[in-house]
Design a protein around this ligand. Sequence first.
Ligand code: ATP
Length: 322
Amino acid sequence: METANVSRPVVSVVDLVKRYGDVLALDHFNLSIDKGEIFGLLGPNGCGKTTAMNCMLQLLTYDKGDIRLFGEPMLPTRYDLKRRIGVVPQQVAVFDELTVAENVDCFCALYVPDKKRRRALVDEAIEFVGLEDYRRMRPGKLSGGLLRRLNIACGIAHKPELIFFDEPTVAVDPQSRNSILDGIVRLRDEGATVVYTSHYMEEVEQICTRIMIMDGGRILAQGTNDELKRGIAVGEKIVVELPGAPDARGQAAASAVRALPHVIGCEFANGQLSATCEASERNLLDVLGALKAARVAVGRVYSEPPTLNDVFLEITGRELRD
Ligand SMILES: Nc1ncnc2c1ncn2[C@@H]1O[C@H](COP(=O)(O)OP(=O)(O)OP(=O)(O)O)[C@@H](O)[C@H]1O
C-alpha cells in the first residue's frame, strides 16, 4: 500500500512539446526535480532552456504535455502556486526610474501586500545580494554585475520555495559571478529548490546537484556530475608538453601514443601532446613510456578528469563551448 508521506517532486514535466511555427523547440521534454535540488539545464544557445522554463511558468502556451509544480497542475491562473515561485529572467527586468530599494519593494509587493513585513524582506534581499551601499541608486548607474544582483534580489525577496534562474551570470565580472553562484547555494541551503539554466558547464558542475544536458529541444543525458562523466568512454585526458619538438617528431610521438591500449585519441599541436584515454591506472606510465621510446624530451605533464564538454562531445560530436 502507498504511504501518505511519499515526497512528490517539486517540478514534474511529462512529454512537453512546444513548437514555434516550424521550429520544434521542445521535443517530448520530461523533467522531475526534488525538493532541495539545484537542478541544472545545460545546453548551447537555442537548445530550448528558456522555452522549457517559460512553459513551466505558464508564460508560454505549449502544444502538448503535463506540468505540475509542488504536485499540483500548473495553470496560468494558479496564482497560489505562482506566489511560491521566484523568477530571475535572462534579460535584466527592472524599472529605470526606481531606485534599487524601490525596485525590490515593487516586485515584492506583487506577493506581499503588508508594508511592514515587506520592508524587512526588501532589506534582507538587498543584504543577500550585497547591494546595501547602492540602495538609493537607480539601475542606470549600476555595473552589469550589480544589475544582475538587483535582478536576483527582485526575484527572491518574497522568499519563494522554487526559484528559476535563467542564465544569471551572462556578461558579469568574475567577482559578481562568484557572488551569484554562492548566493544560489545559500538559497538552497535555506530550503529553496532551484532550477538553473546555463551554457557554462563550469558553473553547472560547481553548484548543481543534478544536471540535464539538452540539445535541439531534446534531452541528451541527465544525472549527477559524476554519473554523467562515468557514462562516457573518456576517463582522463593527459597533456604533455614537448618543448622544442619539431612538428614531425611530435606527430610521430602522437601516433605512438595512439597505438597504446586505452588511448581513444591523441593529437600534437603547439608543442603539446594531448591524449584522451579510457579510465585505467596505467595511462600515465604508458604514455610516458611511449614518449621515452620515441626519444622526445618531456616538459610539464598533467592529467585532467573529463568535463561536461567531453560528455556533450561524445554524445553529439560537437563542442558545448561557444
Ligand atoms: N518567439 C520565438 N519564435 C520563434 N522561434 C523561437 C522563439 N523563441 C525561441 N525560438 C527558437 O526556439 C529554440 C529554443 O530557443 P530557447 O530560447 O528556448 O533556447 P535557449 O536554450 O534558452 O537559448 P538561449 O540561451 O539563447 O536563450 C531556438 O531554435 C530558438 O531560435
